[in-house]
Design a protein around this ligand. Structure first.
Ligand SMILES: *Cc1c(COP(=O)(O)O)cnc(C)c1O
Length: 373
């Protein structure tokens, strides 16, 4: 009778959910392979390799003595700063513990059995996981790109409750043109379908090509059924602080507020995010170094006959031919202290590599070269 199985009445549709596989942490390498922490090169979770702004570090230290206090639950200052940055009203903003949490709010608000979401064939894994939490069906486009000619017929036919447009897309790295986003959004019935533009890497895409730059204020002005998501985790270098935001019309934001738990980000996270917004120069410097370094990844690929997807993000995905196995390559690197993301769980024989600092990239090229030969 001591058999260890869960006997509680777990919802049937939750049984098949797979646990999200996060990028492997540095601690794991230290524990299991005895690699010194300072020798680990972590290029698996799309964090900003330059770290974060010095202003953020100062703000965290300056607020450390307030760690026993709950944060200002209105998040007034952060919302005001974001409202100014994006040219929207404070009532058009909601803050989450990462934009991930805003994704979970919107899924809880809208999804239930009998409803569906639509995503591109290869996209951010959390969309599917949250849809499964609420028993919704998952519809995918045929290709891994967000093509209007694939999305529009599916929207008209299936009337999905949420359509995710991840631009630039994770883990492929490609971005959508604003005119294509508009075409897709216009094909949905505003009373049946919400479009979520996930702009987690928008800073990188906008710097690369203005045709990719989504203006959240313009979009929500035009469309009542649109939610824009942004995060401090990538270009702003705050992955460890967990701050993201959603921008939409007031009516949708107030509905999302019914689901938000109080104090959903921390006192230190609030201070950090506010300080990060004050240091645009840090972000600009990060984007500049990134633009130089990603060029080296393209050259490396070309030199070694590796196919890659042109990237508008802070990572690049290499695609291997049949002669190579992405899982083996990722493992070879991992055992040598270099962490990258194997894409085989997405059905792709390839790897996703976050573009690091010049020094981290040197090490990556060195070990990857070895792995390839
Ligand atoms: C990283 C990421 C997010 C959100 O990250 P948070 O740390 O939760 O803000 C959302 N969408 C995509 C596509 C991402 O890659």
């Amino acid at each position: 009778m001591s058999e260890k199985v869960l006997r509680l009445p777990v919802k049937e549709y939750l049984e098949e959910i797979e646990v999200y596989e996060a990028g492997k942490p540095i601690e794991l390498l230290v524990r299991e392979y005895g690699v010194a922490p300072e020798d680990v090169v972590k290029l698996a979770s799309n964090e900003n390799p330059l770290g974060t702004s010095p202003l953020v570090k100062e703000a965290i230290i300056a607020n450390a003595h307030r760690a026993h206090l709950y944060p200002d639950d209105s998040m007034y200052e952060l919302k005001e700063a974001l409202a100014r940055k994006f040219g929207v009203e404070e009532e058009e903003l909601i803050i989450g513990a990462g934009s991930d949490q805003v994704l979970s709010f919107v899924s809880q608000l809208l999804l239930e059995p009998g409803r569906s979401i639509l995503t591109s064939r290869v996209s951010f894994a959390m969309y599917d996981i949250y849809a499964s939490w609420y028993g919704a069906d998952i519809v995918k486009s045929k290709s891994w790109r967000h093509l209007p000619e694939e999305f529009i017929p599916l929207i008209e036919e299936r009337e999905p409750t949420i359509v995710y447009l991840c631009t630039p897309n994770n883990p492929t790295g490609d971005a959508m043109r604003v005119e294509d986003i508009e075409k897709i959004v216009e094909s949905g019935n505003p009373e049946k379908t919400l479009f979520v533009i996930d702009g987690a890497y928008m800073e990188y895409a906008a710097a690369k090509n203005p045709e990719y730059a989504v203006s959240p204020s313009r979009f929500i002005e035009r469309y009542p059924n649109l939610l824009y998501l942004g995060t401090f985790s990538k270009a702003y270098g705050l992955g460890g602080m967990r701050v993201g935001y959603g921008i939409a019309r007031k009516e949708l934001i107030s509905a999302l507020y019914k689901i938000r738990p109080p104090f959903n980000i921390t006192t230190l996270s609030l201070a950090a995010a506010l300080a990060a917004l004050e240091d645009e120069a840090f972000v600009q410097e990060s984007l500049k170094i990134h633009a130089q370094e990603i060029g080296r990844y393209e050259e490396f690929a070309d030199r070694n006959g590796i196919e890659y997807i042109e990237s508008s993000t802070n990572f690049i995905s290499y695609l291997f031919g049949e002669d190579r196995e992405s899982g083996k390559i990722a493992r070879y690197l991992f055992e040598r202290g270099v962490i990258i993301r194997d894409l085989s769980s997405y059905g792709i024989n390839g790897v996703r590599i976050t573009v690091g600092t010049p020094k981290q990239n040197d090490r990556l090229f060195e070990v990857l070269q070895e792995a390839l030969s």
